[in-house]
Design a protein around this ligand. Sequence first.
Ligand SMILES: Cc1cc2nc3c(=O)[nH]c(=O)nc-3n(C[C@H](O)[C@H](O)[C@H](O)COP(=O)(O)O)c2cc1C
Length: 183
Amino acid sequence: MRIFAVAGSRRSGSLNRTLLDAAVAIVRREGVEVEVGELRDFDMPLYDGDLEAGSGPPPGAHALAAKITAADALLLASPEYNMSVPGVVKNAIDWLSRMKPMPLRGKRALLLSASPSLVGGNRGLWALRVPLEVLGVHVFPEMYSLAAAHEKLADGAVADPLLAKLLDGMVLRWLAELRRSAS
Ligand SMILES: Cc1cc2nc3c(=O)[nH]c(=O)nc-3n(C[C@H](O)[C@H](O)[C@H](O)COP(=O)(O)O)c2cc1C
């Protein structure tokens, strides 16, 4: 079983990228192979039907599609922008959705978010579920949203023991589901 992990932020010092690291550490501890990608390595222009008709999806979309295709499951940590999905994330999904075969179909995904706010980006994850599920991704019912993340993350981990335990338990339940679906 192989997991591809990516954060929906291009920012150095991203809270979501740090939360992703915390989840990736749990996955690795459980002996599951996981590759971490950087969103900025999959640069792509805004979706443009003329561009698509002329030259097809851009190289960044092909590169991201290759990572997704090579994985059984996706670990995604995405910020919430204006109570919804960040444009860069939605743009990547839109390009991927135009590819044949469509790389997201049938993948399993776990969604995480981190925000300095007290809601933790959870509304953004509900918005993110919509295009993912429409495209055939099996999104794990449980989601993890870390509120006041600028105070709760330290050294690539969730510093608060109770919140760290909640993340641990959720990742373990997701891995158990991945193992069940693979057998
Ligand atoms: C355009 C924009 C919109 C934002 N909207 C929200 C929001 O609706 N809810 C929220 O909790 N935080 C919002 N934020 C704050 C982000 O949660 C915060 O910048 C966070 O650190 C972004 O994630 P990152 O650290 O992984 O880059 C917004 C930030 C930006 C730049």
